[in-house]
Design a protein around this ligand. Structure first.
Ligand code: TRH
Length: 378
């Protein structure tokens, strides 16, 4: 059944809010043939994820999704059948009014941040009556286990990965201006927060026995690297060489192309929520830089994920993964041994990740769970 969906997204301070909402909107259109409007308050950020967006238009259609700026047409808005309030962004008043005026109450869903913490399954799909108005909101928690909303995974993912063969890989490398791959060199993508111990990572990689290419998107991390390595030999403005480490700075990629980078690399340093999930689907080694929270709450979230992810690992491998992730997230100092121990498990970690993905794919994806939930209520 084709329903009308309104997704509301407020961009906090990075790309992930827009990244998750854009990916969800595209999947609802492509996989479920739904009619989707994405209301977003920051077209600039969305414009990084898809170059087809015109950042100056308050109202446009891009890849089957109607994109409206929050300041866009408000007066005669009719609410949709389903309203997704992403990350508790608070719906604008004009829309609450439209919901109240509607004959039939829409299914109102609060899409929460992704967490592996055990309490998530207990809160998933709980109803929350509005304190003053005759409206009910449902909490929808993404997750890694049964009883949660699952993970964003579009139907074409596996096919796209299969079709990303040698020719497609070469074409991607060429169009993104990446160096030709040196035999034996390790390719690492780096996407992290400013809190990550970048200097330590650069030191460890430049002293490593393996030659490494670190691929970094333009932005504050790349700028920090240029300062850290100001005395290194910069072959071009975007290519720096320091001992065994070469660093290539590339433009921020469209969301679809970012997957291609993850699939080309041997190890992916990712952050936040959406790139964290995409690195898991990429099945390569990955290190997560979690979004820092007060009172070290982020470490609890990281440990909850590590509990699930390492549960079936041999103990030495689990220790190496936990040690590397802890050092990368400010618990302990990043040192060569942590990196070398992590790298030593590369082959078996690749196998483990295949098993991990199969475990995740055994569950319904987030889009399917959402559609299922609303169909039962409309
Ligand atoms: O940008 P983020 O740090 O966003 C974070 C998270 O959403 C987090 O949950 C939230 O609390 C915080 O913002 C406020 O990381 P994330 O989630 O990985 O989103 C990045 C998006 O950018 C993701 O969709 C991948 C995409 N991306 C590209 O499209 N091209 C690129 O070159 C890169 C590096 C990322």
């Amino acid at each position: 059944m084709r329903y009308r969906w309104d997704i509301f997204c407020k961009v906090i301070d990075n790309f992930g809010d827009a990244g998750v909402c854009w990916r969800l909107a595209r999947q609802l259109v492509t996989d479920f043939h739904q009619e989707v409007r994405l209301w977003i308050d920051d077209l600039d950020t969305l414009g990084y994820l898809t170059s087809r967006l015109n950042r100056n238009l308050l109202y446009q259609e891009v890849q089957g999704v109607t994109i409206c700026h929050w300041q866009a047409v408000q007066a005669e808005v009719v609410c949709a059948d389903i309203v997704i309030e992403a990350f508790a962004c608070d719906l604008p008043d004009f829309y609450i009014t439209a919901m109240l005026q509607n004959k039939k109450q829409p299914v109102w869903i609060n899409l929460e941040y992704l967490s592996a913490e055990p309490w998530v399954a207990r809160y998933h799909l709980l109803p929350s009556p509005h304190p003053r108005l005759p409206l009910i909101k449902f909490f929808f928690f993404p997750g890694f286990v049964k009883g949660t909303g699952g993970l964003l995974r579009e139907r074409t993912l596996k096919v796209r990965q299969y079709e990303f063969d040698k020719t497609a890989k070469q074409a991607f490398i060429k169009r993104s201006g990446l160096l030709e791959r040196e035999s034996g060199s390790l390719w690492i993508s780096l996407f992290c927060y400013e809190t990550a111990p970048l200097e330590k990572l650069i030191h460890v990689l430049s002293e490593s026995p393996r030659s490494t290419l670190l691929i970094v998107p333009e932005g504050n991390i790349a700028n920090r690297i240029l300062v850290i390595l100001k005395d290194a030999s910069a072959l071009t403005a975007k290519l720096i060489v320091h001992k065994r480490l070469s660093i290539q700075i590339i433009p921020f990629l469209e969301q679809a192309d970012y997957d291609h980078l993850l699939w080309c690399c041997d190890i992916n340093f990712v952050r936040g929520e959406d790139s964290f999930v995409r690195a898991q689907w990429a099945a390569k080694l990955f290190v997560w830089n979690i979004y820092r929270q007060q009172e070290r709450a982020h470490l609890k979230k990281m440990d909850a994920f590590l509990e699930l992810y390492t549960a079936s690992m041999p103990v030495p491998m689990a220790i190496a993964v936990k040690e590397m992730w802890s050092c990368w997230n400010g618990r302990g100092e990043l040192h060569a041994e942590a990196w070398m121990n992590f790298l030593a498990f590369r082959e078996s970690l690749m196998q483990h990740n295949e098993d991990w993905i199969n475990q995740l794919m055994a569950q319904e994806d987030l889009g399917a769970n959402l559609v299922q939930f609303v169909e039962n209520r409309l």
